[in-house]
Design a protein around this ligand. Structure first.
Ligand SMILES: [Zn+2]
Length: 139
């Protein structure tokens, strides 16, 4: 409580009203979706991933990579869009939406993936919403 300093402030009740139960469980109660079940795990279309809670752009599709970990993986977010907080157990670093404080997942460093940052943002599909870059032309 009290750590989030973002621009989007809502009460628990307000979040419950606009989020699905699963979104609420993950974004607001720091839950985790089941491995390999996320809708964006294997999506590599061009576009932007916004926060599912407040709509703030968080990740570009060009920073998404196939980590094989069972959750969507990105090597970097938009500058300033994502906050990092060490978990209480000191083992992992939680990532949250800087605007609304919504829980996204965790960030891991030095795992050896061939990505520019050597970081893996392990993000719940439930926490993000994909917006394709170009509307598909109707054929
Ligand atoms: Zn947000």
């Amino acid at each position: 409580m009290g750590l989030s300093s973002g621009s989007v402030h809502k009460t628990e009740e307000e979040w419950r009203a606009i989020l699905s139960p699963e979104q609420f469980r993950i974004l607001r109660q720091k839950g985790t979706e089941l491995r390999g079940t996320g809708e964006y795990d294997k999506v590599f279309q061009e576009g932007v991933y916004n926060c599912a809670g407040c709509g703030t752009p968080l990740y570009k599709s060009t920073t998404k990579f196939n980590s094989g970990c069972g959750w969507p993986a990105f090597y970097e977010g938009f500058p300033g869009a994502i906050n990092r907080t060490p978990d209480p157990d000191g083992r992992r670093t939680e990532i949250t939406c800087a605007a609304c404080g919504g829980h996204l997942g965790h960030v891991f460093k030095g795992e050896g993936f061939s990505v520019p940052t050597d970081e893996r943002h392990c993000v719940n599909s439930v926490s993000i919403k994909f917006v394709p870059a170009v509307a598909t032309p109707s054929l």
